[in-house]
Design a protein around this ligand. Structure first.
Ligand code: SF4
Length: 437
C-alpha cells in the first residue's frame, strides 16, 4: 500500500513561483544546530563505506535526475571498482523544460547537498568531487561557493575530515546553459575542458570509465540531498515514505495553466489530480484539464489523472516521471502548439553530432509548424508518426528519443485536435483575432 502522507525531508516549505526570489538560504550555523553534519559523523565513524551503501540500499532510493536507477547499485559498482582514483559528480545542470527544483534545493539548503556529496564520496571511495552547475545559475553558484568555504572552515571538507583518514576536495564546475550539457557523459567532456557532446554508449559509461578514464559516480542534486537524512534516520525509515518501489519524496515542478505554479515536495505515488488540486489550487480561470506534459515522455490525459506519479506506475502506462516537471494544459490550450514548443526546443538543443537527431528533430518541428499554421495535410501526420518511430532509440543520448516520445504520444492521445487543425486550416482554439479562446 502506498504511504502518501506528506512529510517534508528536503525543503522546509513549498516554493511557489512568485516566492522564488524570497528563498532564504539556511546558514551553516542553523544547519548544524538542527542536526546538520551529524550524518557525516555517523557515516565516517560508525557505518563505514559498506554500512552507508547498506543503508542506501535498504532505503530503496532511486535517482532523482530522470532514469530512476537504484542509487546503491551505482555506488556499489564504483566502490568495488579497482584503483584508488575515483570521482563523484553532482549534476546540477538543470536543462529540462519546466523544471527548477535543483535551484530551489541549492538556494534553500546548500549544506544538505554538500553533506550528501561528502557522504557519497566517502561511500564510493572518491577523493575529489565536482559540483556541476549551469553557468546561468549565478545566484546558486554564489550560494554554493559560500557554503563550500564554510564547510572547509569547519573541516567538513579537506584533509582528515572529522579526524578520520578520509580527505575530500569539492570543486564547482560551470557548464553551458544547454540541455545536452546535463547528459552525464557530456558532463565528463565539459569537466575535462571540452565541448558538451555525449558519448556513444556502450562501450564506456562513467561508472566504469568516467572522468580522466576513472570510475565516476554521477548523481543528481535531489538524490544527494536525500543522503544525510537516510544515513541519520536509517534506510528503513525512508523506505516507508512514498510508493513501495519508488520510496521517498520527489520535488515536483508544477507549471502551465495552474493557479499556483511552484516546486512541491510530495511523496512519490501521489496522483496528478492531487498535485494539481491540492498544491496547484486547480487550473486557471476554472478551466478543465486537458493534458500534462512530463518532458521526454508521452503526455498524460484526463483518463490518467489518477495514476500514481512514480517511476513504475508511469512506465506501466507507457509514460515516465523524468525529473518530475509537470506542465499542465487546460482545455483551451492548443496541444499542437504546445507539442511544437517541445519539439522546437529539442531541435535547437541538439548538439548535432548524430545525423538522425539533427534531421529527425528538424523534421518533427517543421511538420508540426506546418500543421499549427493551418498548412498541414493528413500525410503530414503519417510522416510525423513514421519519423517518431524511426527516431526512438537513435542517437548517443536521450534527446532525440525524448522528442519522439513527446510528439508521438501527443499525436496518439490528441489525434482529433491535430486533424481539426488540418481540416479547418487553422488552430480551432484560436479566435479570428489570433488569440487563444
Ligand atoms: S542524440 Fe542529439 S543531442 Fe544527443 S548526442 Fe546525438 S546529436 Fe547530440
Amino acid at each position: 500500500m502506498n504511504n502518501t502522507v506528506r512529510q517534508r525531508i528536503l525543503l522546509s516549505r513549498d516554493i511557489q513561483m512568485d516566492d522564488f526570489n524570497s528563498i532564504e538560504t539556511i546558514s551553516i550555523e542553523r544547519y548544524v544546530s538542527t542536526g546538520g553534519y551529524k550524518a557525516l559523523d555517523k557515516a565516517l565513524k560508525e557505518l563505514k563505506p559498506e554500512g552507508v551503501i547498506k543503508e542506501v540500499k535498504s532505503s530503496g532510493l532511486r535517482g532523482r535526475g530522470g532514469a530512476g536507477f537504484p542509487t546503491w547499485r551505482k555506488w556499489e559498482f564504483v566502490a568495488g571498482a579497482a584503483g584508488d582514483e575515483k570521482y563523484l559528480c553532482c549534476n546540477a545542470a538543470e536543462g529540462e523544460q519546466g523544471t527548477f527544483k535543483d535551484r530551489c534545493l541549492i538556494r534553500s539548503n546548500p549544506h544538505q547537498l554538500i553533506e550528501g556529496i561528502i557522504i557519497a564520496s566517502y561511500a564510493v571511495g572518491a577523493r575529489k568531487s565536482y559540483l556541476y552547475i549551469t553557468e546561468s545559475y549565478s545566484k546558486e553558484i554564489t550560494v554554493l561557493e559560500k557554503a563550500l568555504q564554510e564547510a572547509k572552515e569547519k573541516r567538513y571538507i579537506g584533509e582528515k575530515i572529522l579526524g578520520t583518514d578520509f580527505s575530500l576536495d569539492i570543486c564547482i564546475r560551470k557548464c553551458p546553459n544547454k540541455y545536452v550539457a546535463g547528459e552525464e557523459t557530456a558532463m565528463m567532456e565539459v569537466i575535462e575542458g571540452r565541448a558538451a557532446k555525449p558519448w556513444q554508449k556502450p562501450p564506456h559509461y562513467p561508472a566504469n570509465r568516467g572522468l580522466y578514464g576513472k570510475p565516476t559516480i554521477v548523481n543528481n542534486t535531489g538524490t544527494l540531498s536525500n543522503i544525510p537524512h537516510i544515513v541519520l534516520k536509517g534506510g528503513e525509515w525512508f523506505s516507508k515514505i512514498g510508493s513501495p518501489k519508488s520510496p521517498g519524496n520527489m520535488l515536483f515542478t508544477l507549471t502551465g495553466d495552474i493557479n499556483r505554479p511552484g516546486v512541491y515536495e510530495l511523496p512519490l505515488g501521489i496522483t496528478l489530480k492531487e498535485l494539481i488540486n491540492n498544491c496547484g489550487n486547480g487550473l486557471k480561470n476554472g478551466r478543465g484539464f486537458k493534458a500534462a506534459f512530463l518532458p521526454g515522455n508521452p503526455p498524460l490525459t484526463e483518463s490518467q489523472i489518477d495514476v500514481p506519479l512514480d517511476f513504475d506506475s508511469l512506465k506501466e502506462i507507457g509514460s515516465g516521471l523524468g525529473c518530475a516537471a509537470v506542465i499542465v494544459l487546460g482545455d483551451r490550450t492548443c496541444v499542437v502548439d504546445t507539442t511544437l514548443g517541445f519539439s522546437r526546443f529539442r531541435m535547437e538543443e541538439s548538439c548535432g553530432q548524430c545525423p538522425p537527431c539533427q534531421m529527425g528533430t528538424a523534421k518533427m518541428a517543421r511538420l508540426l509548424q506546418k500543421i499549427e499554421d493551418g498548412q498541414g495535410e493528413m500525410d503530414d501526420l503519417v510522416n510525423i508518426e513514421n519519423t517518431c518511430s524511426s527516431s526512438k532509440g537513435q542517437g548517443y543520448c536521450h534527446l532525440l528519443s525524448g522528442a519522439a516520445f513527446i510528439v508521438e504520444g501527443a499525436v496518439r492521445h490528441f489525434r482529433k485536435e491535430f486533424e481539426a487543425h488540418i481540416h479547418e486550416r487553422k488552430c480551432p482554439l484560436r479566435s479570428s483575432a489570433g488569440n487563444s479562446l
